[in-house]
Design a protein around this ligand. Sequence first.
Ligand code: HEM
Ligand code: HEM
Length: 247
Amino acid sequence: MEEIGGPSASLSNFRILYLITQMVGGAIIILVGSWIGVHLGGLAWTRYPSIQFNWHPLLMVIGMVFLYGNSILIYRGFRFARKKPLKIAHATIHALAFLLTVIALIAAFDSHNLARPRPIPNLYTLHSWVGLIAVILFGFQYLFGFVSYLYPQMKEPIKEMYMPIHIFFGLTGFVFAIVACLLGLLEKAIFSIPDYAQLSPPGVLVNTIGLLIIVFGGLVIYLATESSYKRQALPDDVILLTGGTSE
Ligand code: HEM
Ligand code: HEM
């Protein structure tokens, strides 16, 4: 018989929180899309630089928040899958997040450089500094993660020694991304909502998106650090460590 509060109870708590995390993440993307569609004039590319900007928040919340968080959680969410496909999925989802982030950055820089009658200065806000740190951390993390665990792969003791560092910087980059989003939302709200102080509908919408991003970030960090939710090695993983071919 299972003990009350034993491993299977802990796994069912994980499943419920994981489902809530996905719903909150989906809601964030839908609400950012609605904000852009209803209040910010939709989407365009370089012909209308101020509208081109709108790709920035949309792709950042999909890439640096939703995909980043989901990639971190993949080992725990799909704990019964084998390690090798999980590693490939982890690296692929992070790569997709990075690609969306690059497009989001191009949209933000274009919206400044192509602005008429004169360009807007770049990288002068706290938001842009925190955001840039998140992206740089992400880039290094990807490079070191890839080289250590996917190709060419380090020796086993080095992999083990590096893992806590990999986890620490992975989560730190994610926290920076969450903070950057909050600062960016506030900044855009102040720039674009003239009656923000009157609690107007777009103001309430932006504040709600910010709160949901905090909830999503908190849930991801909790699910990724709670030790009872950690994926346990499968028998297959052990074969891999002893020289099998599927890793
Ligand atoms: C992790 C996510 C994000 C990162 C890494 C990020 C990064 C950046 C960077 C580096 C810039 C500077 C562009 C330039 O100087 O030309 C910028 C601009 C901007 N971003 Fe973000 N951003 C993120 C999310 C958001 C979100 C969700 C919003 C919400 C609307 C937003 C709003 C803005 C605004 C208004 C600007 C133009 C003013 C400024 O330079 O601060 N950002 N962002
Ligand atoms: C920006 C890129 C990356 C970030 C932010 C990141 C972040 C993380 C985090 C937070 C964990 C802990 C997950 C957990 O304990 O459940 C983790 C685990 C791991 N990551 Fe990454 N990672 C990145 C890239 C990579 C790459 C490219 C690889 C290469 C395959 C990789 C391989 C691994 C492995 C093997 C684990 C251990 C999973 C386990 O507990 O068994 N990571 N990563």
